[in-house]
Design a protein around this ligand. Structure first.
Ligand code: DX5
Ligand code: ZN
Length: 222
């Protein structure tokens, strides 16, 4: 059964950076729904990726929505600029900010879908007071910083709690899961209410991207 409500968001962290344009075209042709861009500052996470000039180029090339996952200590430095670039989704790590509500408002002012990302050890209840303001929540199923890590099953409970509260407070809320996502955990994630699956190594480490993308979306393919 094909699940049309589930969006697949390949993380280009595992793509070939020397051939990024080619990779993006290929991933779009594979039927992916969203491009997931991991911004790491070497401070909040022990790894460094790319910043605004590269995001700008990618946004110009992309034909599908772009999702920027900010793993940086000072996300406020990026929000207006991402808004001006017309980025579609932006998530801020809950652990990095004092004034989360204010930062979410900045994204909304630019009509960016505003999200909060939660590390594995951060409780979902920490964002319940502002749940109505959010377009999506990103549940990290690995400790952020690297691709190719093992999925942490502790997220299942968090998703259930989030889904229950969202049903009352914000039924439109999108739920994204990121880290170690593959064809084995995707069916349970979808069943629990996740509608955006991020996957890096699971997709880019194989030659046939389209087969990998479809195997996440389709419940019966293992
Ligand atoms: C991890 C990043 C993820 C990562 C996922 O810090 O936020 O987006 O690229 O990669 P996989 O799917 O390989 O765990
Ligand atoms: Zn990510």
């Amino acid at each position: 059964m094909k699940n049309e409500n589930v969006k697949i968001a390949p993380s280009i962290l595992s793509a070939d950076f020397l051939n990024l344009e080619k990779e993006i075209i290929e991933i779009q042709n594979s039927g992916a729904d969203i491009l997931h861009l991991d911004v790491m500052d070497g401070h909040f996470v022990p790894n460094l990726t790319f910043g605004l000039p590269i995001i700008e180029k990618i946004k110009k090339t992309a034909k599908i929505p772009v999702d920027v996952h900010l793993m940086v200590t000072n996300p406020e430095l990026y929000l207006e600029k991402l808004g001006k670039l017309g980025i579609d989704y932006v998530s801020i790590q809950q652990e990095t900010v004092f004034h989360l509500h204010r930062q979410i408002r900045i994204l909304k002012d630019y009509n960016v879908k505003a999200g909060v990302a939660l590390n594995p050890a951060t409780a979902v209840s920490t964002i319940f007071p502002i749940l109505e303001e959010l377009d999506f929540v990103l549940i990290m199923s690995v400790n952020p910083g690297f691709g190719g890590q093992n999925f942490l099953p502790l997220v299942y409970d968090k998703i259930t709690k989030l889904k229950e509260t969202a049903a009352r407070k914000n039924p439109q809320l999108e739920i994204e899961v990121d880290g170690g996502v593959n064809n084995l955990n995707a069916p349970e994630l979808i069943a629990k209410g996740v509608n955006i699956l991020v996957a890096g190594s699971y997709i880019f480490n194989k030659k046939n991207y389209s087969q990998q993308v479809n195997s996440l979306r389709n419940r019966n393919v293992r």
